[in-house]
Design a protein around this ligand. Sequence first.
Ligand code: G16
Length: 551
Amino acid sequence: MASTLPAELIKSLSDQHPKPSDIHFQYGTAGFRTLGSTLDSVMFRVGIIAALRSKKLDGRTIGVMVTASHNPEPDNGAKLVDPRGEMLEASWEGHSTTISNAPTSDALIEALEALVQTAKIDLSKPANVVYARDTRSSGPALVSALEDGFKALKATTRNAGVTTTPILHYLVKSINTKGTKYSYGDDSEEGYFQKLSTSYKKLVAGKAVQPPLVVDCANGVGALVGKQLNEYLGDTLQLVLANTATTIPSALNNACGADYVKVSQKLPPSLSSVLKPGQRACSLDGDADRLIYYYLDDRGGFHMLDGDKIAALVAAFIVELVKVAGLEDQMKVGVVQTAYANGASTRYLQERLPVKCVPTGVKHLHHAAERYNVGVYFEANGHGTVLFSQPTLDKLAEYQPSTPAQSRAVEHLVSLTELINQTVGDALSDMLLVEVVLSHKSYSGEEWNSLYVDLPNRLAKVSVPDRNAFKTENAERRLISPTGLQAKIDELVNRYQGGRSFVRPSGTEDVVRVYAEAALKTQADELAMRVAGLVYDEAGGEPAFRPKEFL
Ligand code: G16
């Protein structure tokens, strides 16, 4: 390995981005995420880490997305993207945490040298990085710190500007597959829109045009991208964009967006005068990688169609196409969920398909889904996609259908592989996927919703002094620490008909999350609050969320 780290250059730039002495940073569920005002040193170091990761992988392009997704506007963060558009390899999460916590510039250089040694990085290799940010007001300054990190390692960079997390993932994979037989698409935003809109148009050709769809953009970057997508879709689907105030900082994810809808199980108040009974609507989150659908019934009642309902809709549609195509023996479809999946959805899916439960976080779901020929993965919060394995894609390309029906089904499957952003959950791509299925099945929101009836459930969160004191096992369904707490939860759960509850530390917010479901709504609420009370008593925390009934 010829080169060494440019220690002088790193030191002089690092001195301009000192680490705050009182903060311990952590690469969590989806990267670094905390108050944007504290992240300057982290961003500088993320720039260096991305460059080193690229060198380690022979100069393949790495992505960095500056976003805090569904979190409030003052938060920010960074997600690192590996060459195939997937999340950063797990072992580098630990390296990233170590490097972000080196207390001084000298300690940083020492930590970087240790990483170069342990990961056997050849520093003479090139470094290539593509990066983007969402609409947060702290974004420009943090991007400038990130760029200093790139400079410190003399990386070759491409600024993808203000865009969604899924588009950044798309760009990473497209850049790395450019000119190969596995080309993922043209490495531009235009290439992304063309790919999605062309496949959507093929899939709905000959079908009645879907009525206009209301899209809550969470006042985030989805508004900018949704506007462009609308133009590409033309008259094949009209998106009625709402919550598009990207320049009012306090508006981001505030009383709107996918997380608001999922957690509060309510219509964003801003849509109450927009949405008509029976009309479909959906909410994106701050970086447009989550999607939740909903509608109002004739009496104004709110009905949510979350990630579980999307998984059920999409998996059934794909299974049907595979069957009609005559490929069911060769193309096994499976579903991946987390402990947050509604018990009714798991039951519904298990009766039809193999279903696996993994810990929270796209990286876990994505890897588990890769084990199927076609892996459908969705978190209840609306984060998910469908993966078609390479042998499956090859099979679809070579397959010789023997009837017109088989031929149509294969064409649809091929178009789905183009429509679906397989690098990561993508709210806009998933939204078009849902629209395709609704159009093919002629389903209204109500008909979709009746696939199964959700068990009443409640999410709660508790702020505690140290969320890392909470450790889990069995795909986060049971606590192993603090000792004895799980037994108390079990004892409570047994008192509720159809009761289920679990507790886990969040990887994106400084809280412990509590989930509960039960046969009746009041019982699910009560169980969640009682379990939150146990967590509070154990850790001396603050229940940061209480349903009104308990105040
Ligand atoms: C991220 C992850 C998701 C995860 C969510 C919440 O989403 O990508 O897989 O479900 O955080 O994680 P936690 O419960 O650990 O806070 P996003 O949309 O915020 O990037």
